[in-house]
Design a protein around this ligand. Structure first.
Ligand SMILES: Cc1cc2nc3c(=O)[nH]c(=O)nc-3n(C[C@H](O)[C@H](O)[C@H](O)COP(=O)(O)O)c2cc1C
Length: 358
């Protein structure tokens, strides 16, 4: 039924669809529902403790029979710089005042930690079918141990050079993430964010450059996008934004409302929310401080000073300070349960491929 079965054969799912891991926007419930629909369910672990990951995998194991992907970040663990953080807080001071907050309420925890020795031990204990990474790969010894345990390793590439680097460092599949994608760019070698190719340009060039299966990500939200990805040589798709509309996604009411009214030109790439470039729906804080700002502390430290503003604003029904991560196809998405969404995306993709083959 599918023109390319390499991803299905590699990860042993029913469908060549990866439900994108989305840190801060979902938990086991979405993983279970997407997996029940036939996709590769992915649990984002970047913001979870070892105990929490173990607990979530317990829930998933009890309710989903399919293969599961555990996703981690591999960003360099940079120290926060007090002078930059102080300057950032000064820039945010008027917003603290307008919400009646004390700047000393800024949180100390970043909430985003890179893959480390404890993560490796946990993964080797839990033995998921797949582990995927964002922002590169862990060191060669760690990657080797994952592979030696029979775990499929994947990572995001935003350029051909990153895809080639990932293949050389042992990945079993490359996720080619185009500029349309919601959330953080997985970039780890690339220079300017403004140079990131779009999915339509990136996927065929990555397909030409590597031998491993390529998963297209970014702006894919319906059957036409899935068919296009296969036409460009992809062996599967990774879909994020469309799953945010599912009742199983764990997002705030203001975020859900913003997704429902966004248009094709509603998103921008910004670094003000976290310190790294990510695509989200343009809101007050991105507009007034960015969308790109040289003042933002390094990832993920920029988020600390925003956390109290976000919480206070969301409690008042406002998304002015929220990281509204979403891709450029947000307006193509429909609110429906994740298992149904997975099946309907697959059916629409197959139908479009059949129509084109006639
Ligand atoms: C809300 C949100 C959070 C995300 N968090 C992660 C993450 O934790 N790990 C990751 O590898 N990718 C993350 N991504 C990026 C996705 O893996 C994927 O590249 C992207 O969603 C694809 O584009 P689309 O949103 O247009 O479907 C996130 C995307 C969104 C929208």
């Amino acid at each position: 039924m599918w023109p390319d079965r390499r991803l299905i054969d590699l990860v042993k799912t029913e469908l060549p669809i990866v439900q994108a891991p989305m840190a801060g926007a979902m938990d086991a419930e979405l993983v279970i529902a997407a997996s029940q629909g036939g996709a590769l369910g992915s649990l984002p672990c970047a913001a979870l403790s070892v105990e929490k990951i173990r607990e979530q995998m317990g829930d998933i194991g009890a309710r989903a029979a399919g293969p599961i992907n555990l996703n981690f970040f591999c960003h360099p663990a940079l120290e926060d710089e007090p002078s930059r953080q102080g300057h950032w807080l000064e820039r945010l001071a008027p917003y603290y005042a307008s919400l009646g907050l004390d700047p000393r309420a800024a949180t100390a925890a970043t909430g985003r930690t890179p893959f480390d020795a404890a993560s490796l031990d946990l993964v080797l204990e839990l033995k998921p079918a797949v582990v995927s990474f964002h922002f590169g790969l862990p060191d060669a010894v760690m990657t080797g141990r994952l592979k030696a345990a029979g775990i499929v390793v994947m990572s995001s590439a935003t350029t051909v050079a990153e895809a080639v680097w990932l293949e050389r460092h042992g990945v079993d599949a490359v996720i080619a993430q185009g500029a349309e994608a919601g959330g953080h760019r997985g970039s780890f070698l690339a220079g300017s964010v403004a140079a990131q190719p779009g999915t339509f340009a990136l996927v065929p060039q990555v397909v030409d450059a590597v031998r491993v299966p390529v998963i297209a990500a970014g702006g894919i939200a319906d059957g036409r996008g899935i068919a296009a990805a296969f036409a460009l040589g992809a062996a599967g798709v990774q879909i994020g934004t469309a799953y945010l509309r599912c009742p199983e996604a764990k997002i705030s009411a203001p975020f859900r409302a913003a997704l429902g009214t966004a248009a094709d030109d509603s998103t921008v790439i910004t670094n003000v929310m976290s310190g790294r470039p990510a695509r989200g729906i343009y809101n007050k804080i991105m507009r007034e401080l960015g969308p790109m700002s040289a003042d933002a502390p390094a990832f993920p430290h920029a988020a600390k000073a925003l956390a109290p503003l976000r919480a206070a604003a969301e409690a008042r029904g406002s998304s002015d300070f929220s990281a509204l991560w979403a891709g450029q196809s947000v307006a193509l998405t429909r609110a429906m349960p994740a298992a149904d969404l997975t099946r309907s995306l697959a059916a629409a993709g197959r139908k479009r491929l059949e129509e084109l083959a006639r």
